[in-house]
Design a protein around this ligand. Structure first.
Ligand code: NAP
Length: 479
């Protein structure tokens, strides 16, 4: 095989479509029984994209049928399933195939990809589309294991979970909680929301797409392209506040404060949901129904912190035991823990996890020295806080194809990024990141345990795209 792809989410499928067009042989190895990645896993009520739908799709595959400005999870999943069908990817898909280990063989410049309970796959190149937000973070809260009721993570929502009439605890107030709290509050008898740190929340400019708009997009695809371009440049302009200087994000705080004032009348509650850190330091959320949900009679916002969980209750640091039937962990993901539990052994047997112990890094977020013919999609420092990661992903896919083409042109069997090029790339990135709003003094999933940011791209997205336009052969070694 030319290429083995791991993961069948946006990344893996996007890569596969491109390889099919390039006429390469490839296989997609997916541990779950279905495609869709994050959009297959996050099925909680209210799950939707917080990037406007005109921008949240592959550039080559616009969807004139999105039902809303911010598309719901089920529609995005359907979109990806349609892509599989349209681009004939099914014969290349191996579902239920969990990759456990991949070893590079220097003698024949191939990757040997080991899968649980099956024959290994051998391919010249290996592309990892693992998804940065795919491993749920289960918090270490005293007593969680002894709780006798139901406990689940927001990204592991049980298909049958009816919470009607139940007493529910939700832990966390990030993007997932902001979406699931309003629909759960509507059916639960009681909802206790445990907030450790409030989020800055902007109004969500959501609305259904009208039948006329959809017809227009179908008939004149250029109109949808124009809306996509408008959405792209609007988000880029808004993003400068995060990337150029934290002070520029202050206007976001003003809008958020007005949003709180407009939606919450209780002074104490207003104060409790107002963050004390710079807007943008943690991800800014979009919601019109989260604050009204907090004001419901059956909802309690608990800010006291959690002391422990007993067999049937969550006990706050205020000493109050709140009896619950179900605990929902909206506690986020292990974003800076990119590879676990995969073992990737490169040239001279070095494990990528070990290589990254001093800091996660990759050239253009994609390639790592010592690991020839290996590519990471949505790898280090490619995630965005303000726009669509699908844009970054497509630029990365272009770069991977650049590597494959250049290797072919030079009749080389291995491509490896130069150590010095990688180091320079990272030094520049981290100098910029140290001035950005994400380093302004809060804790977030963007940062690792040393306070370093291996997650976000620190500039405008067109800059990343421009860097992938021309293949930088001077940064690579071919052999
Ligand atoms: P998150 O933003 O990391 O939020 C996790 C929440 O859990 C935080 O409020 C955190 O509090 C809290 N928490 C964690 N451990 C805790 C503990 N031991 N005790 C009490 N509270 C604890 O996770 P998320 O909401 O799942 O969102 C993650 C990212 O996924 C988002 O930022 C976004 O990029 C993406 N996402 C996107 C969408 C969308 O597009 N619609 C939807 C959902 C998620 P602290 O803040 O104090 O740590």
């Amino acid at each position: 095989l030319d290429v083995a792809i791991v993961g069948a989410g946006f990344s893996g499928l996007g890569m596969a479509i491109r390889l099919a067009r390039e006429g390469r042989s490839f296989v997609i190895l997916e541990k779950a029984q279905a495609v869709g990645g994050t959009w297959r896993d996050n099925r909680y009520p209210g799950a939707a994209c917080d990037v406007p739908s005109p921008l949240y799709s592959f550039s080559f595959e616009p969807n004139p049928g999105w039902s809303r400005m911010f598309s719901p999870q089920a529609e995005i999943l359907e979109y990806l399933e349609r892509c599989v069908e349209k681009y004939g990817l099914a014969p290349h898909l191996r579902l239920g195939t969990e990759v456990t280990r991949a070893v590079f063989s220097s003698s024949d410049a191939t990757w040997r990809v080991e899968v649980a309970g099956g024959e290994p796959v051998v391919a010249r190149h290996l592309v990892l589309g693992l998804g940065p937000l795919s491993r749920p973070l289960v918090p270490e809260i005293a007593g969680l294991a002894r709780f006798k009721g139901r406990v689940f993570h927001s990204a592991r929502w049980p298909g049958s979970a009816s919470l009607a009439g139940e007493r529910v605890a939700v832990i966390g107030t990030g993007a997932s909680a902001a979406q699931l709290v309003p629909p759960v509050a509507e059916v639960a008898a009681r909802l206790h929301l445990f907030q450790r740190t409030p989020s800055w929340i902007l109004p969500k400019n959501d609305r259904p797409m009208t039948a006329r708009e959809k017809a227009l997009f179908r008939r004149y695809p250029l109109t949808q392209r124009a809306l996509r371009a408008f959405t792209y440049w609007t988000l880029e302009a808004l993003g400068t506040g995060f990337t150029v200087h934290p002070v520029l994000a202050r206007w976001v705080e003003r809008v958020c404060r007005k949003h709180i004032a407009a939606q919450i009348s209780d002074e104490k509650l207003r104060d409790a949901v107002t963050p004390r850190y710079r807007a943008g330091c943690k991800r800014v959320l979009l919601s019109n129904d989260f604050y009204p949900a907090l004001a419901r009679e059956n909802v309690e916002l608990v800010t006291a912190g959690i002391r422990e969980i007993t067999e049937d209750a969550v006990v706050g640091l205020d000493g109050i035991a709140r009896p619950v039937d179900t605990i929902i962990l909206a506690t986020g993901f292990r974003a800076t823990d990119l590879l676990t539990p995969l073992e990737i052994l490169g040239r001279s047997g070095v494990d990528l996890n070990d290589r990254w112990r001093q800091g996660i890094e990759a050239y253009l977020g994609t390639t790592v020295s010592g690991f020839p013919n290996l590519y990471l999609l949505l790898g280090p420092n490619t995630i965005l806080a303000h726009s669509s990661v699908v844009f970054m992903l497509e630029a990365q896919i272009d770069h991977v194809v650049g590597c494959l083409r250049e290797a072919q042109r030079r009749r080389a069997s291995s491509v490896e990024v130069d150590e010095v090029a990688l180091r320079r790339w990272n030094e520049k990135l981290h100098r910029r990141l140290s001035r950005a709003v994400w380093a302004s003094g809060c804790s977030s999933w963007y940062l690792d345990e040393n306070g370093r940011n291996p997650t976000l791209w620190p500039g405008p997205t067109f800059e990343f795209w421009l860097r992938t336009r021309r293949f930088p052969s001077e940064s690579y070694r071919f052999s």
